[in-house]
Design a protein around this ligand. Sequence first.
Ligand SMILES: Cc1ncc(COP(=O)(O)O)c(C=O)c1O
Length: 446
Amino acid sequence: MPQPFDRDAEVLWHPASHFADQAVLPPVPIVRAAGAYLYDADGRPILDAISSWWTALHGHCHPRIVRAVQDQVGVLDHVMFAGFTHAPAIDLAERLLAVAGPGYGKVFYADCGSAAVEVAMKMAFQYHLQRGDPDRRRFAALRRGYHGETLGALAACGEPTFRAPFDPLLQPAVLLPVPSHPRHTTADLATDLGAASPEADAAVDLLREHAGSLAALVVEPAVQCAGRMNMPGSGYLRRVVEAAQSLGILVISDEIAVGLGRTTRLLAGQWAGIEPDFVCVSKALSGGILPLAAVVVRAGIETAFEGPPSRSFLHSHTFTGNPITCRAAAESLTMLTEPETGPRLARLADALAGAADRVAGACRAVEAVRSAGLIVAFDLAPWVREHVPGGRVSRAIRKAALARGLLLRPLHDTVYWMPPACLSDDDVAKLADRTAETIEAATGTG
Ligand SMILES: Cc1ncc(COP(=O)(O)O)c(C=O)c1O
């Protein structure tokens, strides 16, 4: 008898997927999720080592977040956010401002990460324009950076793979070189790593050269996640951000993947002590349960938008400030800011780092391992490709991992973990064992 999922291939177009690959690795039907596990149509658990694209920070279907959604959905489902307001949106904005710190004054909601980055980019441009500086119309960004796939955010992506087919549509960004530290630990985040690198010198020179035409610099603090989990160093970040701000270039900190606990701090930029002009958050914001994004704006930026209506920020998304998503996010932030959460995240980060060392020690295919809080990356050696049909390392790892009840989705030859923070010690052990088996099986190095 045909199953409902059989029609997937006929009617659906999946993101970041090749049609041809779907014959080899068809989409896995998922019917339920709880904690760190997804359950397929046969009831088989799959350990979600990447929090379903870095969203499910507290774990799937967390009872507190589910309850918050249920409490809200029958009371006020949605109301347009132009000309109307509601308590969940105000409450969440106050919490986000508290997370960001004393220098921040306003929160602008969007509904996905790319949209948040677009909002910040447009606000930065219009800010300069209305302060009499119309020449600042370009953006600087870091090589290997990723900020989403709408045309504005994509233009700021320093990873050419994502941009390539669309290059003719994009306004070229000034791309700054970044250092990489293949072996990196969470402790390195608290150092000046990268400050004295040649890449930092070259980045500052480029900012100086283009200063008069730059509206903003867009950065991912701590970890360039889609950029194969590159960790350029807090010293590097501090230096480029301070250089930009001293040149009148606004700074957009894209915390969409790394913010809200991922690096064990509320914001990853706090490791470097930066004070960006815009902080973009999404993904884990709603606890990963519903689409929501926000731009936290430095106090005072809004004054450039005062005056006649033509000076207002004309940007809106239909579901901006949806009350249900705001309630979910408020509950997620409550959980994140409870006193026991910080130490719990730090303990899990240590456990993951220990487990990662065991994987690296056991697998000769692993060339380097690095971590930053709850993010761990394993670079596979270049020779591994020769052992994998068609050199398709990422696909081979995905397939071998699924066969072992594990969700991994490598970025080229970089296998990584970004798991829900609810992992037990047993889960961490399982994660390490299955990852090692997966790497060995997929690369024929067992
Ligand atoms: C750092 C960063 N910025 C922006 C985005 C785009 O977010 P979305 O996919 O929600 O548009 C992502 C998505 O992975 C991201 O990792």
